[in-house]
Design a protein. Structure first.
Length: 292
């Protein structure tokens, strides 16, 4: 008997009682019914688990996994391990999706034999909303650099506005780095490179909620800042190593900084072919070509 569903949706859950019902409502009411919703309770201390159990009683497509708090990457990996779907998607528990989101992505990916389908997303802020990719048509990309530019991975290295063929992720043995902030960027860079085909899907949206209490919004601490720099270096190294022909200067990574009284005075950043000096880490004052 084949128990495979069309899409496994992995939802890491940690102390989101205020927003969780909104997220789950958008998933259980998807127009694509042949899905499983894998909710990984990552050691929540609030009412999140009770909410999950309440929804699971009403919808047998919801699977609840409990684990000690290990972070977003570990929770996603846990969900991926048991996923039965032909494709896998990721939704953060304080976000939500349009009701036709997964149906449109699945149909586009399936009909065109694509490893990845990507939709636009809207940054939901209390005072403003903004589209981030501006996808206007269904289009297939096969070259790595085209896939990178279509997804704007230099700025939007996120995983949750996409679905991934499960067999493809298993074949390349791709997982999230546990304990790492901004882990999406490395996962995205690798998945786009190794995928055979990616398709863009217009007219449906992932709703990214700007949660002021999110772990990446609570004032960037030293570890988070170090991880941000490290991940950008990893992505740039991956691009250079695999000779992905992206525009020079689009992907920059900090390689050295000079501080005075704890504040950055000058920062050196590298791109694929050039180096840059930034004043106060932001103002570009000099650029020169790297030696081959």
């Amino acid at each position: 008997m084949n128990n495979q569903v069309k899409i496994s949706i992995v939802v890491p859950v940690y102390n989101v009682e205020k927003y969780l019902k909104r997220c789950l409502d958008s998933l259980v009411n998807q127009t694509l019914k042949d899905i499983e919703i894998i909710c990984v309770n990552d050691g929540s201390k609030d009412n999140s688990l009770n909410i999950l159990e309440e929804y699971a009683k009403k919808d047998n497509r919801i699977v609840i996994l409990n684990q000690k708090n290990a972070g977003l990457s570990a929770a996603r990996n846990t969900g991926m391990e048991i996923a039965k779907g032909e494709y896998i998607g990721f939704v953060d528990s304080d976000d939500w999706v349009d009701l036709d989101f997964f149906e449109k992505l699945y149909i586009a990916a399936k009909n065109n034999d694509c490893d990845i389908a990507v939709a636009d997303f809207i940054r939901e802020h209390p005072t403003k909303k903004k589209k981030r990719l501006n996808i206007t048509k269904e289009e297939i990309f096969e070259k790595p650099e085209d896939k990178y530019l279509a997804c704007k991975t230099y700025r939007e290295g996120c995983v949750w506005n996409k679905i991934y063929r499960t067999e493809f992720l298993k074949r390349i043995d791709l997982k999230f780095v546990v304990g790492m902030y901004y882990e999406d960027r490395d996962f995205t860079a690798r998945s786009l490179f190794y995928s055979k085909k990616l398709i863009t899907v217009p007219d449906t949206y992932y709703r990214y909620f700007v949660n002021p209490k999110s772990i990446v919004k609570k004032g960037i601490n030293v570890i988070q800042n170090d991880h941000y720099i490290l991940v950008r270096q990893q992505v740039l190294d991956f691009i250079i190593k695999n000779k992905i022909n992206v525009p020079d200067g689009l992907y920059k990574a900090e390689t050295k900084s000079f501080k005075i009284f704890g504040k950055k005075l000058f920062t050196i950043k590298e791109s694929t072919k050039s180096k840059y000096i930034f004043l106060f880490g932001k103002i570009n004052i000099f650029k020169w070509k790297k030696k081959d």
